[in-house]
Ligand binder design. Structure first.
Ligand SMILES: C[S@@+](CC[C@H](N)C(=O)[O-])C[C@H]1O[C@@H](n2cnc3c(N)ncnc32)[C@H](O)[C@@H]1O
Length: 278
């Protein structure tokens, strides 16, 4: 692609238009204070495309043949994918100590399947962490009935997750015995072992706009550090969808600061930011 330096003014009206586009497409709310952030990110896309005015870029974003692809690229510029293996241990301890034994007793030992979803899974660290814990806690025969999925809006992170290849910094904070057990070191990279990789599946999915009927009967949904970036309305809409997707008594795990009014969503608070469908 042609790269040309451009320097143009972003009007208040353009700024509002981009904020609205991002909110409508992904649910993500960009604060009114983030003018320079939006300016810089939009400019990056325009420079890449060789487009020299916001007006032309807006047309490009509305053209049928370029729209979907470019919206994805623009969202990629504004979204944060920050994640890590073994992020926020209290949630993982609860998963291991309370949720897994209950699912084993109430479902797996009765021959019933278990579905676990990481919604806003980024590059896979969260779901792989859950898969490792499941592998530790559940016997191989029962584990076959555990279905684990990760979904995210962004193609690049879904591809990274599917590759399951990480670098040393990505493994910071991981117990060393887990690193030895669950990764194959190849030069500077660490590959998730096939046994764990094959136990999970990743798909591109927009939490706000996707067709949720693909993801019915979830026993556990981890949706951490994703809805905090959403507008109030988008967050509400997605929370209703998540609850609808849960089985009765299923667990919803939100980021550790994401406190919600459980009652509004037919959820009971269990502990911290872990809720349960009533
Ligand atoms: C900060 S990461 C959180 C990753 C992981 N859940 C964790 O807590 O470590 C948020 C992820 O949500 C994804 N995301 C944002 N808006 C989304 C949407 N509308 N639909 C699906 N995923 C979305 C982003 O692409 C990003 O990878």
């Amino acid at each position: 692609m042609l790269k040309v330096p451009v320097k143009v003014n972003l009007s208040e009206e353009d700024f509002a238009w981009f904020r609205e586009l991002i909110a409508n497409e992904a649910g993500i709310e960009i604060s009114e204070k983030k003018f320079s952030f939006v300016y810089n990110r939009v400019m990056r896309r325009m420079q890449f495309l060789g487009i020299t005015s916001f007006e032309d870029y807006r047309v490009y974003l509305e053209r049928e043949d370029t729209r979907d692809n470019e919206i994805g690229k623009l969202l990629e510029e504004v979204v944060t994918h920050e994640t890590s293996f073994f992020r926020y241990r209290p949630h993982l301890d609860f998963f291991r100590e309370k949720i897994i034994p209950e699912l084993r007793r109430k479902r797996l030992l009765k021959g019933l399947r278990v579905n676990i979803l990481s919604a806003g899974c980024s590059s896979g660290e969260e779901l792989y962490t859950l898969a490792m814990i499941v592998n530790e806690e559940i016997s191989p025969e029962l584990k076959l009935a555990v279905n684990m999925m990760g979904i995210d809006l962004s193609w690049p992170v879904i591809q990274r997750a599917e590759n399951g290849v990480y670098i040393e910094q990505d493994l910071e904070g991981m117990p060393s015995d887990f690193i030895t057990k669950y990764f194959i070191r190849e030069g500077n990279t660490y590959k998730i072992i096939p046994q764990i990789k094959e136990s999970v599946r990743f798909e591109r999915f927009n939490l706000l706009k996707g067709k949720w009927h693909h993801y019915k009967y979830m026993d556990v949904i981890f949706c951490r550090n994703t809805l905090i970036y959403f507008s109030k309305g988008a967050k509400r809409k997605v929370l209703f969808k998540l609850v609808d997707t849960l089985r009765d008594e299923g667990y919803l795990v939100l980021g550790h600061t994401e406190i919600i009014d459980g009652e509004e969503y037919n959820l009971k608070r269990v502990t911290n930011t872990i809720y349960r469908k009533a």
